[in-house]
Design a protein around this ligand. Sequence first.
Ligand SMILES: [Zn+2]
Length: 197
Amino acid sequence: MNSDYLAQLRKLFEKLPGIGPRQASRFIWALLDFSLEERKNLSELIGALDKNLARCAECFMAGKTSPCSFCAKGGSRDRSKIMVVEKDSDLLNIEKSKIYGGLYHVLGSALDPLEDSAGAARERVRALYKRAESAKPREIILALSPNKLGEFTASYITKILEPLKIKTTRLARGLATGTDLEYADETTLRQALDNRK
Ligand SMILES: [Zn+2]
């Protein structure tokens, strides 16, 4: 085994949300304790990801099909609204609360001012612009985390969308600073949505 092997594996684990170099190493040691069959099973399941899950080409939500059931034509969703969220887990929590019936746009993460313009989330902002330009929704709701990166992301998107002259709103600050949308309860989410501006 060479150090390059470990470095490569660690780097891939570090792409997972919230995983730093130390956790990445712990994953590798834990995998070492998996049985040979479990490891084989894991690698086969990862290999089959594309056959079982897809990112919607419109809204980038993870689901079984692309376009997803929300974006597919003839669906029951309110197509006049697009809600921009950072993560699939934020979207799931909002869906669970049943406070919103429009479409979504999943960025994958908040934008990072230090990241270059080729970042995946920025590409999804460009995709949002194109989508909004052709679909002409009545409103785009920015449902981003109430923290520095969320603030940056919201101002960046607002500026990018400006030429389209579409009403762009933000969730109200019913969400305490630092509260993750992923974990916010229904009442908090409803207040934040009702009082959006
Ligand atoms: Zn979709």
